[in-house]
Design a protein around this ligand. Structure first.
Ligand SMILES: [Zn+2]
Length: 172
């Protein structure tokens, strides 16, 4: 991506947002050479980062693969397909908005875990056991301790997700 003013190729992304129809992503960039700012528009499917595996192989971001691993983790858990689709949407959006051409698969896994732990702790444990390669019960124990802390933090962040107060009974 060349600067339209000076032609330099080095710039940094200072803001990214999805267009209204979500098929386009707009990026505000600042040229490292002349410091001028410009906007680029890219098609969403072109801007999903590549995923870098632990063995350094690169893969395309694959939403279907992500959903398949989520469904596996949520087998027999009370989590709707719709909730998983929305989770996949959020991960995809986060990957797009990172503005990075590549994302480590471990980082992607952490994003998923961060979301899944708020939806269903057992499903999150299953997901973590695969992607963090749990070896024994201690790994699970450490996970559940961490999950409890994450859930508590999430509740503090989002007071609106607390159950509403039961209606007061009118005086007899
Ligand atoms: Zn420039």
């Amino acid at each position: 991506m060349r600067c339209p003013f000076c032609g330099d190729e080095n710039n940094r992304v200072i803001d990214s947002r999805l267009g209204r129809d979500e098929t386009e992503i707009r990026r505000r960039r600042e040229c490292q050479e002349c410091q001028r700012r410009f906007t680029t528009r890219e098609r969403v499917e072109d801007v999903l980062p590549r995923i870098v595996k632990r063995d350094e192989r690169r893969e395309d971001f694959d939403r279907r693969k992500l959903l398949a691993s989520l469904e596996k983790a949520c087998a027999k858990r009370p989590v709707s397909v719709d909730a998983l689709e929305r989770l996949a949407d959020r991960i995809e959006k986060r990957a797009q908005e990172s503005g990075d051409p590549e994302v480590l698969s471990d980082r992607l896994g952490e994003w998923v875990l961060d979301e899944l732990v708020r939806i269903d702790t057992l499903a999150a444990a299953r997901f973590a056991s695969v992607f963090r390669d749990f070896q024994n019960a201690d790994d699970y124990a450490a996970f559940f301790e961490d999950a409890a802390a994450r859930r508590a933090a999430a509740r503090e962040e989002l007071p609106s997700v607390r159950a509403p107060e039961p209606p007061r009974r009118p005086p007899a």
